[in-house]
Design a protein around this ligand. Structure first.
Ligand SMILES: [Zn+2]
Length: 237
């Protein structure tokens, strides 16, 4: 963890001699988004013995030409499961449809119940200013759910900055130098959307750039909503 404004990763704080397990939840719009934004950080949490759950808002069902929504959903759900296995995370599928996601009271209630049941210490989601509406819906559903809970620390991740995420000025960095291979493997598990291409064209560049900003070889960067806690330290990593 980097000194500047570290994620509460290392926050496996000893409590009466025992190490407290943190609960981490990441909400992404499509298969590959949590991996693109924070696979390194999520893997690190899992390696440290914390529990990591990834909520995929959709199953990416619209992305495979020549395949029905159901067929694509099956293929991509299996890819999510493979990626989660690599990261040490548990996948949960929210059940909205790729390209047709909605932000409404019923979905806010569902997300609030899901998050509430997980009782997370740390929540990650998309930065809300993004050219893809599904990313925005994932972000706002999570923000609304977080506002009902208030307890978890909320961090926003970036995906394909400049093309999708916009106006992202990170204040928290996680050194993923030793986790780059894991991040690549998690992304590469998304074969049907050319995870290798996503890495090469977008997230390899971003990992290197954020690493330069943080003074390490490779990093993931986040915006921590400063209102949610007094500290800027990421718990547990
Ligand atoms: Zn996406």
């Amino acid at each position: 963890m980097l000194a500047a404004s570290a994620l509460p990763l290392a926050a496996a704080e000893p409590e009466s001699g025992a190490t407290r397990k943190l609960k981490v939840v990441c909400v992404g719009g499509h298969p590959d988004d949590p991996e693109s934004g924070c696979a390194g950080t999520l893997t690190r949490y899992a390696q440290l013995g914390h529990s990591v759950t990834i909520i995929y808002l959709t199953r990416g069902e619209r992305g495979i030409s020549g395949k029905s929504l159901d067929e694509a959903a099956r293929i991509r759900s299996a890819e999510c499961e493979a990626a989660c296995k690599i990261m040490g995370a548990k996948p949960v599928f929210f059940g909205q449809i790729d390209g047709a996601t909605e932000l409404n009271k019923a979905h806010v209630d569902t997300m609030t119940k899901l998050l509430s049941a997980e009782s997370p210490d740390v929540v990650f989601t998309h930065w809300p200013i993004d050219t893809h509406m599904d990313h925005q819906v994932a972000s706002f559903l999570t923000i609304r759910a977080w506002m009902a809970l208030r307890k978890p620390r909320l961090y926003f991740f970036e995906v394909n900055s400049g093309s999708q995420t916009e106006g992202f000025l990170p204040n928290t960095y996680v050194d993923i130098t030793s986790l780059v291979e894991k991040k690549k493997a998690a992304l590469f598990a998304h074969v049907s959307q050319d995870g290798e291409g996503i890495w090469r064209q977008h997230h390899e560049v971003i990992a290197n750039w954020r690493g330069r900003e943080a003074g390490v070889s490779a990093a993931e960067a986040f915006v921590h909503l400063s209102r949610d806690s007094q500290t800027t330290k990421l718990p547990g990593v």
